[in-house]
Design a protein around this ligand. Structure first.
Ligand code: PLP
Length: 409
């Protein structure tokens, strides 16, 4: 989060004081740094420079149209997981030739939409899906470019709720099943297997699972002697949520991928989501009430699990930082909670925190990925505003949802 820094005890985003923004815009709201988005994309591309991959931003991490458009302008494609995300990627100006479509339950309408728009790849996750695509192809007499998402049965060593590459997970197709389908491909005249893809999980902090996955893929591709145009290596690159998080060594991994690419003579696709946008946003919130509890004080902020679901959904903690720092510590332990009527609508607990009062502003850190895109209208709360700093200007990139519209629907 290098574009979020304290200066004279005030939290700044780029060159602007967050306090000044919070005085102008009603809390809670998401606040993103345009510079940080740009920096992350350029940095990722630089690490994998020798691989020269197609980088397809995983839209579900943040589906804000302005952010998708920014990434598109930097050269990014999109990895989408629904017809809605596909339409958003197109609206954001991303070319169909840079869009890949993943997901275990794509409907016939969604597949037709992808085919009509001639996207680069549909990453198929089951035999049944492949057979349906073949049927659609036959009807319109068109050969359709697909990838097969393989489940490599590799443990990504991440949170179990965001692990996707083990045999017990619903994602992808096993190597045995892929092999037998591939051997019967002659039957399916309207399918062209141009790629295999993998995505083993999210917030991965070690390069070991990535290395294992490359080995598994090399073996399958060699055993079946398949000639592929692309290998899509997915996303999952972790970010530093806490000081103790240690990141995977991507430079080492880049070398391995570069060798892998040379051996197979194919192009590489990546699908990073979190690592491009996770540290680019904070959620600015106001302290509504402070309530003394028996063992701790509850700091009730105006953002809830409907606005930011990650802590409730994945049992992870995000630091909440004051917008104005003081040196004074409070005596009691504190827990930051939100207004939603659920016990899991809570964020983080501290043994000691600085002195803080009702009306003060705080920020949930590293909220740029799986923040706004996971938000909901639960408890009939409107979706909150999203704000971007761009070239020293503030831009509202999503207006707060109109409450009247919400209650009438
Ligand atoms: C969610 C997802 C990604 C992105 O994962 P990150 O951990 O955000 O990088 C990439 N590919 C697929 C298929 C996904 O479902």
């Amino acid at each position: 989060m290098s574009h979020f820094k304290y200066f004279k005890k005030k939290l700044f985003i780029e060159n602007t004081s967050v306090l000044n923004i919070a005085k102008k815009i009603k809390t809670p709201f998401y606040l993103y740094s345009g510079k940080q988005i740009e920096k992350n994309y350029i940095n990722f591309a630089k690490i994998f420079k020798h691989v020269n991959p197609l980088i397809c931003f995983a839209a579900k991490a943040n589906t804000n149209l302005t952010i998708m458009r920014m990434l598109g302008k930097l050269g990014s494609g999109a990895d989408v997981v629904s017809g809605g995300e596909l339409l958003k990627a197109l609206k954001a100006g991303i070319k169909p030739s840079k869009i890949v479509f993943s997901g275990v339950g794509k409907t016939e309408d969604e597949l037709k939409l992808a085919i009509k728009n001639e996207i680069l790849l549909i990453n198929v996750e089951s035999e049944s899906e492949a057979i349906l695509i073949n049927k659609i192809g036959k009807k319109i007499n068109k050969i359709i470019s697909i990838g097969f998402r393989i489940n490599p049965n590799v443990d990504a060593k991440t949170h179990k709720k965001i692990s996707t590459g083990k045999a017990e997970n619903k994602f992808g197709i096993s190597i045995t099943n892929f092999s037998s389908f591939y051997k019967s491909i002659e039957q399916y005249k309207y399918l062209k297997i141009n790629a295999v893809s993998v995505h083993i999980g999210s917030q991965i902090l070690s390069d070991t699972p990535y290395k294992k996955t490359l080995d598994v893929l090399s073996k399958v591709i060699n055993d079946l002697n398949i000639k592929l145009k692309y290998v899509d290596l997915g996303g999952g690159f972790g970010i530093k949520y806490n000081k103790k998080d240690k990141l995977a060594n991507l430079n080492n991994y880049a070398k391995l991928v570069s060798d892998f690419k040379k051996k197979l003579n194919c192009d590489i696709i990546f699908e990073p989501g979190r690592s491009l946008v996770g540290d680019t946003g904070i959620l600015v919130s106001k302290i509504q009430y402070i309530k003394k509890g028996l063992r701790k004080n509850f700091i009730i902020i105006d953002a809830g699990m409907n606005d930011f679901m990650r802590t409730a959904l994945y049992d992870v903690s995000h630091d909440i930082v004051p917008v104005i720092k003081t040196d004074k510590k409070s005596q009691n332990s504190v827990e930051f909670v939100g207004p939603i009527c659920e016990t899991t609508c809570k964020f983080v607990q501290y043994k000691k925190y600085q002195k803080i009062k009702e009306g003060d502003f705080v920020a949930i850190t590293n909220a740029g990925a799986y923040g706004s895109s996971l938000s909901s209208n639960y408890n009939t709360k409107p979706l909150i505003a999203e704000v971007l700093t761009s070239k020293n200007n503030l831009k509202i990139i999503r207006k707060k949802q109109d409450l009247l519209k919400l209650i009438n629907s």
